[in-house]
Design a protein around this ligand. Structure first.
Ligand code: SAH
Length: 241
């Protein structure tokens, strides 16, 4: 399935609302769209299946990360729980000056993301199969400038999966909905244990539809103590408080 001319216009217009000129990137977005729709017919990658939904809820929603001005050329970014590549793949398309490690625990999703990286000839991204808990206790601990995550877990859990991967001075950007405001109060203890602080919460509305979103920015202040993250599955089963 090709992206329709209306779909391409929708994406371009939404990009303009975010202050992005997506024109040079349209061939890659069209290719990614086709690969996603085709793969989704064979396996369940995403429940969003209509063209408008894929463009707005996946592509455009991913790109809203760039409203946070902290991304600087040369940064290494890890997308924890990227699923079918969100937000990491759209970000890699529009920011060739950043490098992306697209991590997921589900093998079929990582296979798809790897095929998309290759199919789009992205030289600034790699797909990685694994658990954030294991990656963060290995050689990649505290090596990334940035971690991003969307729709992975509650704030204390996702903080434990991301902050240990980020170097001191770096940041974590979490894509959330307005419900995050309730989670923030319960996360102070977790952030403190992990060496992070809440830097800011950006409120935004998604282009075109106007749905409310929040970008939660955590700053890594101190090294994370060795005991975090805990063993695979423990952060989700027994969230830090
Ligand atoms: N970020 C994508 C996918 C969200 S679904 C999107 O917004 O569309 C959550 C994903 O996180 C799943 O694909 C799951 O496999 C992955 N995940 C959950 N816990 C994980 C962990 N500990 N390490 C790596 N990936 C994890």
């Amino acid at each position: 399935m090709r992206m329709s001319p209306e779909g391409a216009e929708l994406l371009l217009g939404a990009g303009r609302e975010l202050g992005l000129d997506l024109e040079p990137h349209m061939p890659r977005f069209a290719r990614f769209y086709r690969m996603l729709v085709e793969a989704n017919q064979r396996m369940n990658l995403t429940s969003v299946r209509d063209e408008r939904g894929i463009i707005l809820k996946h592509f455009v929603d991913s790109l809203t990360c760039l409203l946070y001005p902290g991304f600087v050329s040369g940064m290494e970014v890890v997308d924890v729980g990227t699923g079918a590549g969100f937000p990491g793949l759209p970000l890699a398309i529009v920011r060739p000056d950043l490098h992306f490690c697209l991590l997921d625990a589900t093998r079929k999703k990582v296979r798809f993301v790897a095929s998309a990286v290759e199919g789009l000839s992205l030289r600034n991204a790699e797909a990685l199969w694994g658990r954030a808990e294991e990656l963060a206790q290995g050689v990649k601990r505290e090596t990334f400038h940035v971690a991003v995550a969307r729709a992975v877990s509650s704030l204390p859990v996702v903080a434990e999966l991301t902050l240990p991967l980020v170097r001191v001075g770096g940041f974590v950007l979490l894509q959330k909905g307005p419900e995050v405001e309730g989670e923030l109060g319960h996360s102070k203890g977790a952030l403190e244990k992990l060496g992070g602080v809440l830097e800011e919460v950006l409120s935004l509305s998604l282009p075109v539809g106007g749905e409310a979103r929040r970008l939660v920015v955590l700053r890594k202040r101190r090294p994370t103590p060795k005991e975090y993250p805990r063993r695979v599955g423990v952060p989700a089963k027994n969230p830090l408080s």
